[in-house]
Design a protein. Structure first.
Length: 297
């Protein structure tokens, strides 16, 4: 056991690089997109197998994105208390090894989607990883608009799932992506406010860093939390869901907005943390409701 301990620790570090919790959330939202994209087809063995390939390829691409992003930001991460103990800034994994690991995951993910799913899904998945690595990550040092860029990329998983099942992207797919896009802004800004000193130390120009009083940050949190309520009702307008989803989406959106307003009134890290926790609860619940109350249309 003693001999294997370093290998087990190293394996855990490589796993940590892939950010499993974030990857899991991406896989779940991809599955929701697939579920709606496959609404007209029979759920036979071929459909389920395609879903498995879709989720596998997406998980590999999401993991690759996390690894390559941490490789790119390893010096910044070393300056932040929140991230300094990650495998790369802590020196437990060599940067070259992490880079190779990330590239291999990306190639495997794209190959999985191209071989077992379809070209459109591969293009969406590859575009998403490129947007994260070549748009969002470099922008962090120059402008708080990186939050918007990250939200666009983060809204792609339902499109991947829908295209995998359907071969095309309809209004239903974009409605799911819109929910994810709007949700990400207050979620990300809450994190940015909580760790604004860390971001400032690392030279990352998040909104709370360039406007330290937090007024603009909390205004954006409230504005996007408010916008999330009507956006979350798009599936109802499109006939994707029914009354159960409608009522519950309003209730969830109202609760989320309540915490957003609280942080607007009292700009503290504890209030921002409440927004973060509300966002973490909101997303899986709204995704679950979409599936539970899906209409065959």
């Amino acid at each position: 056991m003693t001999t294997n301990a370093p290998k087990i620790a190293l394996a855990k570090d490589y796993l940590a690089l892939t950010k499993p919790r974030v990857t899991w959330l991406i896989v779940v939202t991809t599955a929701v997109g697939y579920f709606f994209g496959a609404k007209h087809g029979p759920w036979d063995g071929a459909t389920i197998l395609r879903l498995a390939h879709t989720l596998t390829g997406t998980a590999l691409l999401a993991s690759a994105t996390a690894v390559l992003n941490e490789w790119y930001e390893r010096e910044s991460d070393a300056k932040m208390r929140r991230t300094s103990r990650r495998p790369l800034p802590a020196g437990r994994i060599e940067p070259t090894c992490a880079l190779i690991f990330g590239i291999v995951l990306a190639v495997l993910g794209a190959a999985e989607l191209a071989w077992a799913v379809n070209l459109r899904t591969t293009i969406i998945g590859s575009t998403t990883i490129a947007a994260y690595l070549f748009v969002d990550t470099p922008l962090k040092r120059y402008t708080p608009l990186s939050t918007i860029a990250a939200a666009f990329a983060g809204a792609m998983p339902p499109l991947i799932g829908y295209a995998a099942a359907n071969g095309n992207l309809s209004a239903e797919a974009w409605a799911l992506a819109a929910i994810l896009f709007v949700w990400q802004i207050p979620h990300s800004l809450a994190i940015a406010w909580m760790y604004r000193d860390d971001y400032a130390r690392a030279g990352i120009r998040m909104l709370p860093v360039i406007e330290p009083d937090g007024k603009s940050t909390t205004r954006h949190i409230v504005a996007f939390a408010s916008t999330l309520i009507p956006v979350s009702l798009f599936p109802v307008l499109l006939g994707m869901t029914g009354q159960i989803y409608f009522v519950c989406a309003l209730a969830l959106g109202g609760c989320f907005l309540y915490y957003a307003i609280r942080v607007g009134m009292e700009r503290t890290s504890s209030r921002a943390r409440q927004v973060l926790l509300a966002s973490v609860v909101y997303l899986p619940l709204i995704m679950g409701l979409l599936v539970i109350d899906r209409r065959s249309f």
